[in-house]
Design a protein around this ligand. Structure first.
Ligand SMILES: CC(C)(COP(=O)(O)OP(=O)(O)OC[C@H]1O[C@@H](n2cnc3c(N)ncnc32)[C@H](O)[C@@H]1OP(=O)(O)O)[C@@H](O)C(=O)NCCC(=O)NCCS
Length: 206
């Protein structure tokens, strides 16, 4: 398996990347920001994406987004093709994109929002901390990405203070603390269930 910074020769994978992202979102029934092949192509052209290939076969992808004058960087569009899941590939892709971002944008805070337990686990192990949305970028360009998510009304209702996603942030200015506890998947699952029942119950009552 090859995990590399995507370059022009990988533009041909933009279609399958978008298709895999949207199919997976449909299957999970969760909200997701929509991506077009043109958008993915721009990310690849600008050297802001990581791709995993098994020979010539597409296996996984993730890209970098830059906000607030390069003060914030987000990793988006993480996808592992169903044939390559549960093999530790997402962890390898995220680690690569994380190290590359730190090198390319050393002063930027690195963040993400997600409902995915796998991503929360990986982020936590990379040193991200869960934060409120107020600690993330206030760049409207980032929040615009949520408009195509099916839970966007929740974000609007809470005036962008919270949603089903959890915000996670790595701040390069903060000294890494010694972790005295491991990632606790039960706690995260509980938090996710609480949010879902809270926000989605209100939604169905409307
Ligand atoms: C989420 C996704 C990227 C995970 O890819 P993957 O390559 O299977 O993940 P990994 O094998 O690297 O797993 C990383 C960790 O998460 C755990 N994990 C994987 N899938 C999981 C799931 N569905 N639920 C809970 N934990 C999961 C793994 O057990 C592993 O933990 P470990 O280190 O203790 O073994 C992949 O399932 C996917 O592409 N899903 C659809 C798109 C998506 O949800 N993207 C994220 C949007 S934020």
């Amino acid at each position: 398996m090859e995990i590399v910074i995507a370059s022009k020769k990988h533009i041909k994978y933009a279609g399958i990347i978008c298709e895999t992202i949207s199919k997976s979102a449909e299957e999970r029934g969760t909200g997701i920001a929509k991506r077009t092949p043109e958008y993915i192509t721009t990310k690849i052209e600008n050297g802001n994406a990581v791709i995993a290939l098994d020979g010539e076969i597409f296996a996984g992808f993730c890209y970098i987004e830059i906000f607030s004058n390069k003060n914030y960087v987000a990793h988006s569009g993480l996808i592992v093709h169903p044939n390559y899941r549960k093999l530790g590939l997402a962890k390898k892709i995220k680690t690569k994109v994380f190290q590359y971002s730190k090198q390319k944008y050393p002063k930027a805070k690195i963040f993400g929002i997600t409902t995915g337990l796998a991503v929360m686990k990986i982020n936590y192990e990379l040193g991200y901390k869960p934060v409120t949305f107020s600690e993330l970028t206030d760049d409207p360009e980032f929040w615009k990405g949520c408009q195509t998510c099916k839970n966007y009304d929740v974000l609007q209702r809470t005036e962008q203070k919270m949603c089903l996603c959890t915000g996670m942030l790595h701040d390069p200015n903060k000294k890494e603390e010694v972790k005295n506890h491991n990632y606790d998947s039960k706690t995260w699952k509980r938090l996710k269930n609480i949010k879902q029942s809270l926000f989605l119950k209100n939604k169905s009552k409307k």
